[in-house]
Design a protein around this ligand. Structure first.
Ligand SMILES: NC(=O)c1ccc[n+]([C@@H]2O[C@H](COP(=O)([O-])OP(=O)(O)OC[C@H]3O[C@@H](n4cnc5c(N)ncnc54)[C@H](O)[C@@H]3O)[C@@H](O)[C@H]2O)c1
Length: 251
């Protein structure tokens, strides 16, 4: 068995289902100890149990700074320090810009964009103590190339990409790398609002076949290895990047 993350101490948010859960599973397989932070306590406890002694669940609501600060403090305590912060929690709302309201817009930004600021603010002092580290933020292809009904989601994910490039410049002197993962269509229930806006699953599948060169959506298992690469020292010379993994749409 390869152990590409032996000794790494990792926090990952939004990791009780789909992409994040698969990333957390690979982190553990590769030898890391992992704190899973999520708002869903039932699924969080179950995920940590499934992953075994190397994993631990801590409740977090990433929209509240005090909750994120508590997650980082308790996680660093359980882990004995911190090497990697992986911010994967996300929310999707779809809708025409004329139908959108400020409450939904702000709610989306609180999870998808502002939370990344809270995470970095509280985790960086801990990672600095380790002498080097990696911050991995999940954005989306939508942060680079939008589509109908996606103005709020795209804007929030575009903010994550811009935040990541600036943060990478700021933290390079500390040997803390910051990179952003931008998946395209991944087949998870997360996309239901977009699918509804498109007029149903059949229409979405036709669109995917038309616009994705590989002709299909990804599975979470096809996205998760990129998290391992960015968490590991294999990516020691990579920072400030927004890495698109989308079956060839964005080129
Ligand atoms: N599925 C896709 O096609 C796709 C494409 C590009 C990017 N993404 C991004 O990947 C990430 C994971 O998506 P997924 O498809 O696995 O969906 P998912 O719904 O399985 O994962 C989202 C996670 O975020 C958690 N979460 C939501 N609000 C939270 C809050 N306030 N505090 C703490 N946790 C909270 C959820 O409980 C869940 O575990 C998201 O950031 C999403 O934007 C997904």
């Amino acid at each position: 068995m390869t152990r590409r993350l032996e000794g790494k101490r990792i926090i990952i948010t939004g990791a009780v289902s789909n992409i994040g859960k698969e990333a957390a599973r690979l982190f553990v397989t590769e030898g890391a100890r992992v704190v899973i932070g999520d708002i869903d306590d039932v699924a969080g406890q179950k995920t940590a149990l499934d992953l075994g002694r190397q994993a631990h669940f801590i409740h977090v609501d990433v929209t509240a700074e005090s909750s994120v600060a508590a997650l980082v403090e308790q996680a660093a305590d359980w882990l004995g320090g911190l090497d990697v912060l992986c911010q994967n929690a996300g929310l999707q709302h779809s809708g025409a810009v004329t139908d959108f309201d400020a409450t939904r817009w702000d709610g989306l930004f609180a999870v998808n964009a502002r939370a990344h600021f809270f995470g970095a603010k509280h985790a960086v002092p801990q990672i600095r103590k380790s002498g080097k580290g990696s911050i991995i933020n999940t954005a989306s292809l939508a942060g680079k190339r939008g589509g109908p009904g996606m103005t709020a989601y795209s804007a929030s994910k575009g903010a994550v990409i811009a935040f990541g490039t600036a943060l990478a410049m700021e933290l390079a002197q500390d040997n803390i790398r910051v990179n952003t993962i931008c998946p395209g269509w991944v087949d998870t229930p997360f996309n239901q609002p977009a699918i509804d806006f498109m007029g149903g699953r059949e229409k979405q599948e036709r669109t995917v076949q038309a616009i994705v060169p590989l002709g299909r959506q990804a599975t979470p298992a096809e996205i998760a290895p990129l998290f391992v690469y960015l968490a590991s020292d294999e990516s020691s010379y990579m920072t400030g990047q927004a890495l698109v993994i989308d079956g060839g749409v964005y080129n």
